[in-house]
Design a binder for this molecule. Structure first.
Ligand SMILES: [Zn+2]
Ligand SMILES: [Zn+2]
Length: 248
């Protein structure tokens, strides 16, 4: 398996990654030979803390993935890291069909309050099926198809790529090892197969607070967050079920 990390000349700052990667083109990771390179870096102060945004190009699907970097991660071990799959309806529109916005905000908030950390924002809308197909799946669910049928109708997602892109991004950022924020041990295995050293796991627990109380109460009224408003199973968008504090 390719190990892009070893091929990178050492640089000191995130900004220098852009110059370093200008001609980067390795054999890539995994069966899809995913290679990414850092294209642009800027400060991104946010309500969740001080971050840099690192924009990546990739050689496969033209998606522009990003890393939200807090503190000094380059050359460091045990860097707290969260992988988040893009969900326009949840992350931006505040959809209650999924947990994505909660998951993202809690991850950014937690990592923003730590000494250092990373949120990798993977542009894999609708678990890789795309936005239009995701809305089609919602429509199928509205018409009474369950998750399995909706998935069958739309084709299954190829979720290997998330990990290949993420593993390369972590290597590109010269991160030595990570503490993965996840409730899904399979994620750790997948990343380790791709050469990422996962030194530990941080459980991803969502606390109930003023901001999410309405959402959590809504979920509770709908009898558990794996169930939609119609009492049907969710089409899960993050491959990582959350744990809500004080609920079980
Ligand atoms: Zn590469
Ligand atoms: Zn979502």
């Amino acid at each position: 398996m390719a190990q892009p990390c070893g091929k990178f000349p050492r640089v000191e700052t995130l900004e220098q990654l852009v110059e370093r990667d200008r001609t980067h083109d390795c054999e890539g990771l995994g069966p899809h030979h995913i290679c990414v390179r850092v294209e642009a870096v800027a400060k991104l102060p946010s309500r969740f803390g001080t971050f840099h945004i690192v924009a990546f190009w990739n050689n496969r699907d033209g998606k522009e993935h990003i890393a939200m970097v807090h503190g000094d991660v380059m050359g460091h071990q045990d860097v707290p890291t969260r992988l988040h799959s893009e969900c326009l309806t949840g992350d931006v529109m505040g959809s209650l069909r999924c947990d994505c916005r909660e998951q993202l905000e809690v991850a950014l908030g937690k990592i923003g309050a730590m000494e250092r950390g990373l949120v990798l924002y993977m542009r894999q809308e609708g678990r890789g099926i795309g936005l239009v197909n995701k809305v089609r799946a919602y429509a199928l669910q509205d018409r009474g198809l369950d998750t399995v049928d909706a998935n069958l109708a739309l084709g299954f997602r190829d979720d290997e790529r998330d990990y290949e892109v993420a593993a390369h991004m972590i290597a590109s950022l010269s991160v030595g090892s990570i503490q993965l924020m996840t409730n899904n041990p399979r994620k750790i295995e997948e990343l380790e197969k791709l050469g990422v050293t996962v030194a530990g796991r941080l459980p991803h627990v969502i606390p109930a607070n003023e901001l999410n109380r309405f959402y959590l109460e809504t979920k509770a009224r709908r009898s558990g967050h794996q169930i939609t408003f119609d009492g049907k199973p969710h089409l899960p968008e993050q491959d990582d079920p959350v744990i809500v504090e004080g609920e079980d």
